[in-house]
Every structure is written in C-alpha cells, then in structure tokens.
Design a protein around this ligand. Structure first.
Ligand code: AMP
Length: 406
C-alpha cells in the first residue's frame, strides 16, 4: 500500500489504535486535513457483555455483543468498516499508528514495529503494567488482521526522552535506580508536543523562539516546560501518578504515606496502588471526578468539593511558578484537554493574581468552552495565554505517516 500514486497519497489515511486493558479506541484519520473520517470504541473486552460504538458518515452504530478478547474486538471493528463504511480499501490506509504508553529510555520518537520493537515494549512492561501489555496486544492483533499495512508505535514518553538529567533523575541510590529503571519518563508527550508546535503555528513564530508552559488538564493531568520546542520539565514521573492533582490520582505525595498505610492501616501494596490511582485526586476529596459535577457541588456549598478544587488549583499554580523559574523567561501558557479546553473557571482561577509575573486573563476572551485555538490573555500581555484543543490521534497519524514516508 506504500506504492500509492501521488493523488492517492494526498488522500492517504491512518488507522490510529489505542488499545487498553479492556477497551480499544480507534480513529481513521486523514492527516493532510486533520479530519477524523471514522472513530469508535470497543468496551468491556473480556466481560460477558461487550459494547461497540462506531461513528462514521455522521451516524453512530452500536453493538452489544460479547467481545472475548482484543482480536475479536478488532475483527468486529473491521466488520463495521465493511458494513457501514468507510471502506478501508478506498481510504488508502498507509499505516496503522499504535499509541504505546511507556517507551522507557529506548524510544525518543515513533518507530516501525518489528520483532525487536515488540520485545522492547514487552521488556518495558514492569514500568507500565496496566498499559504496555494491552498496547502490545493491540499491535499484535492489528498486525494479524491488517498484515499488508506498516504498523507504527508512537510512545507517550518520547517527547520527554531527553529531559535534562537534573529533571529526569530521582535522588535515590544510583545503582538501585539504574538497575530498576527508576527515573522520570513523563507521559502525555504526544499531546504536549502537538500542542506546543500548534502554539508556534498559531502565533506565527518559530517554536525555537518560544518558552512555553503546556497544561494538559484532562482526567489525567500533566504540565510541561518546553524551551525552544524541547521539553525540559514535565510533571509526570516514572509513572503517570506523579505531579498534578488529577481526576482520580493523587499526584505528588510524600512517599512515606505509602509506608504508613502499609504498616499501620493494614493495606496491601495493591490496595494502596488502587487508592492513589483510582480513589484519590478530586474524586477522593469530593466523590466526583468530573469537573462539571465538582462545580455543581461547589455552587451548592459542598465543603469537600470546595477543598478539592482549592487543592487542585493550588498544586497547578505551584507547578506554573516552578516552571516559570525553570524557563527563566516565559512567553506562553497553554491550556488543553477536557478541563483545559472547557473549564473557564479553572483557567481563570489558577492564573488569578499572577499579573506581577506578566500573566493575565481577559474575562470575556476566557468565557466558555473552546473548540478552536483561542488567545485568552489581553492584547499586549507579556505572557500569551492560549487554549489549544489537543488532538492526540492526529498527532499519532502524522507521526506514523512520517515513519512510513507516505
Ligand atoms: P479528557 O481526559 O481530556 O477527555 O478530559 C475529561 C475531563 O474533562 C472530564 O473528566 C471533565 O472533568 C472535564 N470536562 C469535560 N467537559 C467539561 C466541561 N464542559 N466543563 C468542565 N470540565 C469538563
């Protein structure tokens, strides 16, 4: 399929696959115009009742069928492409792009999948036990079902592979750290890279000239400091648990809390893992992990919700200050992902009072949800504040196209 004619290349598409432990998200993307031609989701893989949703040509097709494993899930998806379209032959699929969470210190960019890459993803699984194994499963079933198309792995850690050692290193026994791969790898890199480059395009300035802070605030949340297009700091660490307060994750915490709960609360390591990843963050403090519900509770006078929002904003503000110091000069702050794009209260609150640092938000420009890139700082402000919708699928598709040279 890489022997396409120039006119076919113009319409080339990439099937992007994000394979999780019990789900497969997919999107058929045409990178030249950024369109998502089709998208969908297979859920509850391995359970008795699976669910499949396929969106194409403006219509949504749903199936409630058992999906025993990822292979069955992807077969159903390919069947839906045949049945309701678009036809994958006509779509000139030149690559399949797979999201892989952990690339460790091995991958600083996208790669064509071969046996060595598969082996490396498997070897890195101890660092991302919930993610790399299902990512690899997605790659394997994808290759089995679409054997004539090149498969490309795009790593969530790649943009942060060359963090300065001072930022990437944990201050623990160096031999232990080296033996067990204990260092900061970051995550959400595809989004941070995509958004920081979009910012340069939107402002009409070379990315090399810009000192940026990117705030990816979704259910997972992370901040990065990007100097001249190169990531120099990020808030996620060895795993996506470090850093900002998130929907259900604690972010930064004294590691001794873990010993304390283990020794004195009788909790197992797995229970503490579950606590910090799934029962913490704003959900742990308020009972809700969605910001719309959180704001409703705050408006109704709920003290736990108010505290949750305050803790979230305080942590985020600390990171903005820290990254401002890391960068020295700051040109741009950009909000992205579900909360960053939609929540004007969070955007305004977290930057309130930072005028002495040259950071200001214009209330009218900030108002409402943003589905397009929007400047929300006043004209002439020292720091430009932006909202830029992220698009990880498009970023993966473009990287995949680059790798296969289509
Ligand atoms: P993401 O992980 O990027 O898909 O972001 C999901 C999160 O975005 C949800 O959990 C909500 O907290 C948040 N979100 C989505 N829509 C809105 C909205 N209209 N207002 C505030 N937060 C929103």
């Amino acid at each position: 399929m890489s022997t396409s004619t120039p006119s076919e290349q113009h319409h080339a598409s990439v099937l992007v696959i994000n394979s999780g432990s019990s789900s497969i998200k997919y999107q058929l993307v045409t990178p030249h115009d950024g369109a998502a031609v089709a998208s969908g989701l297979v859920e509850r893989i391995g359970e008795t009742a699976g669910a499949v949703k396929h969106v194409a040509h403006g219509t949504t097709t749903r199936r409630e069928v058992p999906v025993p494993d990822h292979g069955a899930g992807l077969r159903i998806v390919l069947g839906l492409f045949e049945e309701v379209g678009p036809d994958l032959q006509d779509a000139h699929v030149v690559a399949v792009g797979h999201r892989v969470v952990q690339g460790g210190d091995r991958f600083d960019g996208p790669v064509l999948v071969d046996a060595a890459v598969e082996h490396a993803i498997e070897e890195l699984s101890p660092l991302a036990p919930l993610h790399n194994p299902p990512n690899l499963t997605g790659i394997r079933v994808g290759q089995a079902l679409l054997p004539d198309v090149p498969h490309v792995a795009v790593f969530d850690t790649a943009f942060f592979r060359h963090l300065p050692d001072a930022a990437a290193t944990y201050a623990i026994d160096a031999d232990v750290a080296a033996r067990y791969g204990v260092r900061r790898y970051g995550a959400h890199g595809t989004s941070h890279q995509y958004v920081s480059r979009q910012v340069a395009q939107i402002l009409g300035r070379p990315v090399e000239d810009l000192h940026q802070i990117v705030l990816h605030l979704g259910n997972g949340a992370s901040a990065s400091a990007v100097r001249g297009g190169v990531a120099v700091e990020t808030s996620m660490g060895m795993t996506p648990l470090e850093g900002l307060v998130m929907g259900t994750r604690s972010g930064d915490i004294d590691p001794a809390v873990v010993f304390h709960l283990y020794r004195n609360a009788g909790m197992s390591v797995d229970e503490i893992d579950d606590l910090l990843n799934r029962r913490s963050g704003i959900k742990g403090l308020s009972g809700e992990n969605d910001f719309r519900a959180l704001h409703d509770l705050v408006a109704a006078g709920d003290a736990g919700a108010r505290l949750a929002l305050d803790v979230y904003l305080h942590r985020l503000r600390k990171y903005i200050g820290a990254y401002h110091a890391v960068l020295g000069r700051l040109d741009v702050i950009t909000f992205t992902a579900g909360v960053g794009e939609n929540d004007d209260i969070v955007r305004a609150s977290v930057l309130a009072g930072l005028e002495p640092l040259g950071i200001e938000v214009d209330a009218a420009r900030n108002d409402g949800r943003k589905s397009e890139p929007t400047v929300i700082s006043p004209d002439g402000a020292r720091v430009t504040v932006l909202v830029v919708p992220t698009n990880e699928e498009l970023a993966i598709a473009r990287q995949a196209i680059e790798v296969v040279g289509a």
